[in-house]
Design a protein around this ligand. Structure first.
Ligand code: HEM
Length: 219
């Protein structure tokens, strides 16, 4: 039983990086095009991704299934974990607790976010061209904006601090010096990622996202 749980943990850890972490970085870059290039570029990116051959298979294998396993098993770990207050210092214990808290917040956020975006597209309630307007409608309301800000900051922290732990548990950053440097690197990644997500949200509140009249439909 113990051996099994070791392997489940290792799969959970690996899936958090490949492909879930990769997806998060790709998603950040695609959405950020709304900030630095505007409505047309965002829609072009969304349409390009969705025009890839076998997109449903790619989504299922590289996003939904790994995310579901990482999320559900992560919730199980969060509820069964014992805090190692005596073994580690105050800072590491705080990071350990924050990793679990942000995991739960990110899980709730993704469930709500995917329901509002991908599931609405699947149900035929919104088209890919209308996704920019959909995001505009969400971000121009103060409460959804605040909840999204909490969600994207939690996800950025969970990813960055998770990467720090991943490098330790897979034996890549071994000594205290390597772990300290890695700590600064991932702190930087967390800040850049959180700022880019929030700037993207602010970009969607702009008037060019109010309707699709400026969008040129290609193909
Ligand atoms: C500024 C912040 C964000 C914006 C504007 C945004 C926007 C979108 C949009 C428009 C879609 C639908 C894509 C499509 O159907 O083609 C989507 C899907 C999705 N988003 Fe986000 N997102 C944001 C942050 C996040 C974060 C932080 C996460 C993860 C923690 C996340 C996870 C997902 C997932 C899992 C999907 C479904 C992917 C798929 O099946 O293609 N999003 N998002």
């Amino acid at each position: 039983m113990k051996g099994n749980s070791y392997h489940f943990r290792k799969i959970h850890s690996l899936l958090g990086v490949i492909p879930v972490g990769f997806f998060l970085v790709e998603h950040l870059i695609t959405n950020y095009s709304a900030y630095n290039e505007g409505h047309q570029a965002f829609i072009d990116n969304v349409k390009w991704l969705n025009s890839l051959p076998l997109i449903l298979v790619i989504e299922a294998l590289f996003i939904w299934l790994p995310l579901l396993y990482h999320g559900v098993y992560g919730l199980y770990v969060a509820y069964t974990a014992r805090n190692n207050v005596k073994n580690y210092g105050y800072f590491r214990n705080l990071m350990f607790t924050l990793q679990r808290v942000t995991g739960v917040l990110t899980f709730l956020f993704i469930s709500w976010h995917v329901f509002e975006t991908r599931i609405q597209v699947a149900l035929g309630n919104v088209t890919h061209e209308e996704l920019g307007v959909k995001m505009h409608d969400i971000f121009t309301q103060p409460i959804p904006f605040a909840l999204y800000a909490i969600g994207v900051i939690a996800a950025s922290f969970h990813f960055s601090n998770g990467m720090w732990s991943f490098l330790v548990s897979w034996g890549i950053t071994i000594g205290p010096r390597a772990q300290r440097i890695s700590g600064y690197v991932w702190l930087g990644v967390f800040v850049v990622m959180a700022v880019m997500f929030v700037l993207t949200m602010v970009a969607f509140t702009g008037s060019e996202f109010q309707d699709t009249s400026t969008i040129v439909t290609k193909g």
